[in-house]
Design a protein around this ligand. Structure first.
Ligand SMILES: Nc1ncnc2c1ncn2[C@@H]1O[C@H](COP(=O)(O)OP(=O)(O)O)[C@@H](O)[C@H]1O
Ligand SMILES: [Mg+2]
Length: 470
């Protein structure tokens, strides 16, 4: 096998606590298992990627999804040790945008004013995925160079000025990139340091601009050309709204979680009490990531205890994102707590989740399992809400012992994921993506559900899914 050109960088960052998802990569095993798996996706008319975090529920055996992540998420290295397919997908979208912006000559070369593409990573203090992020930016630069002959894309850090190049591939952390990113309402496009932007990889840049009061949180009213340069494009609002994500799970074979949305602390307390009647509740801020502001509450807590947790949801966001973060942390949402099956380790069963990626392009989707993340401490139903290590899987560090490959049959079997269930899960993830795309593109009703979905909620046997399997 050829040498990993990024090994030095990856090892250096791993020494500082970086997550080593790239170590899980096994191209031969992926090929043997037929991953990525291709699916037809006639509805889809653009490029992108989503990541669904799934569990099998203890007791019911239901497949449940905690969260759908957008193109800021990490893990694509876990299949083969690199993410060139993802980088090519990003570059293909960029090429299409350049064409739409009138910046490509008939011979396919760059023509016109200098243009910028943006890759932003998590705020530095929370950033632990550099071993995947930086090589992916390099692969994106290479892919652009191949797709656009003579374009000579220049890498630029967000801390530095742009040069006399016509195509700048800029990377840096979200606040630093956002500081130079502006929506030019008149031109209907984003500019970075005064140059038009053809690609924005990280949807959290939109949230960062919203925190600063420079963009509305919901992007539906923005000029279409500006929204299109996000890699998340049609799904830009969906990947930042964990409530809509649950609505869209109807009819995918994954059970949607009950949830509420609250615009005030008082409403959050009242609705939490209501939802607690069904079991423990997970509170989450709007449009955050990396576990920030996620808290569990249980029925035995006093109103004062719960109110303190609601305050903590907001306070955590300010700690991570800065003083303006309360503006985007609302609405607070509460979700039913899902206990996954236990992953057996010496001290007891650990909660876990499995991330599945769906990489798509016009007419086609590819799904593949990424990694299983185990919570660091064994789960104790009595007191888990007081110990984040018992139930939060995306914590810092994620030592190799707590990270399993999504191709590790033994690890999957240990939590009840047979090959057939994994297939079912991947198919469900593709269906979610199609539904989300359709809902965003055509306004597919509230939350993107259709008559069959509502009927299935009333009567689970209404829609015989098996009958439609090929
Ligand atoms: N409904 C839930 N039930 C049980 N655990 C959950 C639930 N939602 C989230 N978690 C745990 O909390 C972690 C963080 O929540 P998530 O919604 O993924 O937030 P983030 O956007 O910060 O990654 C998840 O990785 C999972 O381990
Ligand atoms: Mg998550």
């Amino acid at each position: 096998m050829s040498r990993d050109p990024h090994q030095l960088l990856r090892l250096a960052l791993a020494g500082a606590g970086d997550i080593e998802e790239w170590r899980l990569g096994d191209p031969a095993l992926a090929a043997a298992k037929g991953f990525p798996r291709a699916y037809p996706a006639g509805l889809i008319d653009d490029w992108g990627i989503v990541f669904l975090d799934l569990v099998v529920e203890e007791g019911t055996g239901d497949l449940v999804c905690h969260e759908v992540n957008g193109p800021n998420a990490v893990g694509s290295d876990a299949l083969t040790g690199e993410s060139r397919g993802r980088s090519r997908n990003e570059a293909r979208q960029t090429l299409q945008r350049l064409r739409e912006m009138g910046l490509l000559a008939p011979d396919g070369s760059l023509a016109g004013e200098p243009v910028v593409t943006l890759h932003a990573h998590q705020h530095w203090k929370a950033f632990r995925t550099g071993g995947e992020f930086f090589p992916r930016v390099a692969a994106y630069q290479e892919a652009l160079e191949t797709l656009i002959p003579g374009s000579a894309p220049e890498l630029r850090g967000a801390h530095e000025a742009l040069g006399d190049e016509t195509l700048s591939v800029v990377f840096g952390d979200v606040p630093q990139v956002a500081a130079h990113l502006h929506l030019d309402e008149a031109a209907g496009c984003f500019t970075y340091r005064g140059r038009p932007v053809a690609f924005i990889g990280n949807p959290n840049l939109a949230t960062e601009l919203a925190r600063a009061g420079r963009l509305p949180m919901r992007t539906g009213g923005l000029p279409v050309a500006a929204r299109r340069v996000f890699h998340a494009w049609r799904l830009l609002d969906t990947v930042r709204d964990k409530g809509v994500q649950q609505d869209l799970l109807l009819g995918t074979g994954m059970r949607p979680l009950k949830y509420f949305e609250a615009d005030t602390r008082e409403e959050a307390l009242r609705l939490t009490r209501e939802l607690l009647a069904r079991g423990p509740v997970v509170l989450k801020p709007n449009a955050a990531s990396g576990g920030a502001g996620v808290h569990a509450v249980v029925a035995g807590m006093t109103d004062g205890d719960i109110a303190a947790r609601i305050d903590a949801v907001l306070k955590d966001c300010v700690t991570k994102y800065g003083t303006n973060a309360d503006a985007t942390a609302l609405p607070i949402r509460g979700f039913e707590f899902v206990r996954s099956t236990g992953y057996p380790l010496a001290g007891g069963g650990h909660l876990w989740d499995l991330r599945i990626a769906v990489l798509f392009e016009p007419g086609k989707a590819e799904a593949f399992p990424i990694s299983m993340r185990l919570s660091p401490a064994p789960f104790e139903p009595g007191g888990f809400h007081l110990d984040r290590d018992q139930w939060i899987s995306n914590v810092s560090g994620r030592q190799v012992t707590l990270l399993k490959s999504g191709m590790d049959d033994e690890a999957l079997a240990a939590v009840g994921l047979t090959p057939a269930r994994l297939e079912e899960a991947m198919e469900g993830c593709v269906t979610w993506t199609l539904k989300a795309w359709d809902a965003a593109a055509r306004g597919g009703g509230p939350g993107g559900s259709v008559f069959e979905d509502a009927a299935e909620v009333e009567d689970p046997a209404f829609y015989p899914r098996e009958a439609f399997r090929g």
